[in-house]
Ligand binder design. Structure first.
Ligand code: ATP
Length: 325
């Protein structure tokens, strides 16, 4: 991978609604040519806003975004030619047939008739959607529409591909296929930027991760480096039969940080020196809780995400208290 910055995001702030919503707050980072960069953050964090500015659909209130060294707003044609964008609601051409949507997108990207047709057929085959090729886009299922949207991003080999939630609404087989296609494109040299809530799947493909919340960039680094932030702690995964009752959480809280994972599963992150006390509690004590399964697992990107987010929240609370006292 080269270390050329293909994008430079420089102190970007975006304010909507005449000052009422600050969706991005002084965000700066760069994107290396050839990498897969994941943007992670909860709903409303400001991820779509930043990528919409990166493709020139929105302009920053303050700061600037440069694509290959030139302000995005000053070279919208170059960005449109080189950056393919998969938006959360990707379709405007809903009255066209499935194959036409792919084919004409390829043609708009400058492909010859033959090349556009060949890639259209290849994508329809990869997606197992040949039987739907002549259907009008608005008459196929939500997941199928999403696949066509992914296809319109992939066709034409743009040098940068940006995906906003590419695997939303897709079944597990299609999700796997989309991640495979994204990785294949990246191996051919395409720079990939992707927004996803699917942290567990994203972990398999991303090189670096930017964590965003409340419009701010909380961290950006390689997954392994970010993991070092939490790897001092051990993660227990505990499953109970009868649903996680609040009193179980009250019992475990003194040992470390708890993340609930569904009704009857929780994760407990503990310092290494406290691990044996937790194990003792699980094996011998339990206070009458029925524990079905427990395991100690290495930290995941999801843990990193929760850790960074919680840390930022604590700093924010401390700052607010300092201001009000
Ligand atoms: N057009 C708009 N006008 C006003 N406020 C907006 C607009 N678009 C987004 N917002 C607000 O800006 C903030 C950031 O929204 P954004 O869509 O960038 O978040 P996100 O991280 O992409 O969220 P999600 O994961 O839910 O898609 C939110 O508070 C949102 O309500």
């Amino acid at each position: 991978m080269t270390n050329v910055n293909i994008y430079e995001i420089d102190h970007v702030t975006k304010v909507y609604k005449k000052g009422k919503v600050k969706a991005n707050d002084d965000i700066s980072f760069h994107v290396n040519e050839g990498e897969i960069l994941g943007l992670l953050g909860p709903n409303g964090a400001g991820k779509s806003t930043i990528i919409n500015q990166m493709v020139g659909h929105l302009s920053p209130t303050e700061g600037s975004i440069r694509f290959r060294g030139v302000d995005v707003l000053k070279q919208s044609h170059d960005v449109a030619q080189n950056v393919a964008f998969y938006a959360q609601d990707p379709h405007s051409l809903t009255s066209l047939k499935v194959w036409e949507v792919l084919y004409f997108t390829g043609r708009l990207r400058g492909m010859s008739k033959e090349a556009a047709m060949m890639e259209t057929e290849e994508l329809l085959a990869r997606f197992e959607m040949e039987e739907h090729r002549n259907k009008i886009l608005k008459r196929i299922s939500g997941g199928q529409k999403r696949m066509v949207g992914i296809g319109t991003t992939l066709i034409g080999n743009s040098s940068v591909m940006i995906f906003d939630e590419p695997t939303n609404e897709l079944d597990p087989k299609k999700r796997r296929l989309v991640w495979d296609l994204i990785q294949e494109k990246n191996q051919q040299g395409t720079t990939i930027i992707l927004v996803t809530h699917n942290v567990l799947e994203a972990e398999q493909v991303v090189d670096r991760v930017a964590v965003i919340n409340h419009g701010k960039l909380l961290a950006i680094d390689h997954v392994s480096k970010l993991k070092q932030k939490v790897d001092q702690r051990l993660k227990f995964e505990i499953t109970v039969t009868s649903g996680i009752v609040e009193s179980l959480i009250t019992h475990l809280e003194p040992y470390g940080t708890i993340n609930r994972n569904g009704d009857n599963r929780l994760r407990l992150l503990v310092e290494k020196q406290d691990a044996s006390r937790v194990l003792d509690w699980i094996i011998s004590d339990r206070h009458g809780f029925h524990i079905d399964e427990y395991a100690i697992v290495p930290p995941s990107l999801e843990d990193v995400y929760f850790h960074i987010d919680k840390e930022a929240e604590q700093i924010g609370n401390a700052q607010r208290e300092a201001v009000t006292s």
